[in-house]
Design a protein around this ligand. Structure first.
Ligand code: FES
Length: 292
């Protein structure tokens, strides 16, 4: 059992450790404020030195922070350099002016598909879009027709569900003998599916599609293109091809497409999405032809 003196000592220790934690927090806050003042000073001198600057107007929204729940646009002036992309401008603004500015990016090489944005009224990849090609001020918004989580980040869950719904993987009727045997594909067939394999799951096509905007169950151009990628591959098994055609023929599948070409226009990988959808429509018709 602890004595009165021990209890007093314990209470003192707790008080001391609470005080030291608070002191560390204060020091950390101070360091962060100093760092942000340095960055602002650096940004100011870079802006003064820059031959040219560009203005970006960025959509802001944060449902979790009081006073920021109302959507608005913030304006940032950034120093311009040759080869600067929309993503570079956003990174500069975040690193020098507002560390809470939120957006997705990863590879910065148009490969990961994580920075699809609505820039000056069109779906584009931030890392692939040169500022020099855009009118000033550059207006940067999240992808339309998707729920905004915060600032430029949208919820991609529905898009991924649609991609998964076409079961995007092979199921061959028979596999080659031997573990190390390749499952060969002819050059012609590779050429046929080549463009469809370039999809980076960025969601730009889905966001541009009027049909997808009005029909939440529509598979959408990206998922149909994914189905095309496998259905047109000669290595796909007959049963799986039939199963896949059944998926894309359904009420919210290929027949919903009204050939508006918006998906094809915005695709950053130049995939002829509308053509692929039309080709699958023809496949679906052939699949249903019956001869008596
Ligand atoms: Fe990966 Fe742009 S950052 S596609």
């Amino acid at each position: 059992m602890s004595t009165g003196i021990e209890k007093q000592e314990e209470a003192q220790e707790t008080e001391q450790s609470a005080e030291s934690a608070a002191q560390q927090r204060r020091m950390e806050d101070k360091r962060q404020r100093a760092a942000s003042r340095d960055l602002e000073r650096e940004a100011k001198s870079e802006l003064d030195d820059a031959d040219e600057t560009r203005t970006i107007k960025v959509f802001r929204y944060d449902p979790e922070v009081k006073g920021k729940e109302e959507p608005r646009f913030d304006t940032f002036e950034v120093p311009f350099f040759k080869g600067m992309t929309v993503l570079d401008a956003l990174i500069y603004a975040r690193d020098h002016f507002d560390s809470t500015l939120t957006f997705r990016h990863s590879c910065r090489q148009a490969i990961c598909g994580s920075d699809a944005l609505f820039v000056n009224g069109k779906q584009r990849l931030g890392c692939k879009t040169q500022l020099v090609d855009l009118d000033d001020p550059v207006r940067i918004e999240p992808l339309p027709h998707q729920e905004v989580v915060k600032d430029l980040v949208v919820d991609m869950e529905h898009f991924y569900d649609q991609m998964e719904s076409v079961e995007p993987y092979f199921d061959a009727d028979e596999l080659p003998d031997g573990e190390l045997e390749e499952q060969r594909q002819s050059r012609e067939n590779r050429e046929k599916v080549k463009m469809s394999t370039r999809c980076i799951w960025c969601g730009a096509c889905m966001s541009s599609c009027n049909i997808a905007a009005g029909d939440n169950q529509y598979l959408g151009p990206a998922a149909i293109n994914k189905a095309y990628r496998f259905a047109m591959d000669e290595r796909e098994g007959e049963n799986m091809k039939q199963h896949r055609l059944n998926i894309i023929e359904q009420e919210h599948g290929v027949w919903r497409c009204q050939t508006q070409f918006s998906c094809t226009e915005v695709c950053p990988k130049d995939i002829p999405l509308t053509e692929h959808i039309q080709e699958l429509k023809r496949e679906a018709v052939k699949n249903n032809l019956k001869f008596w």
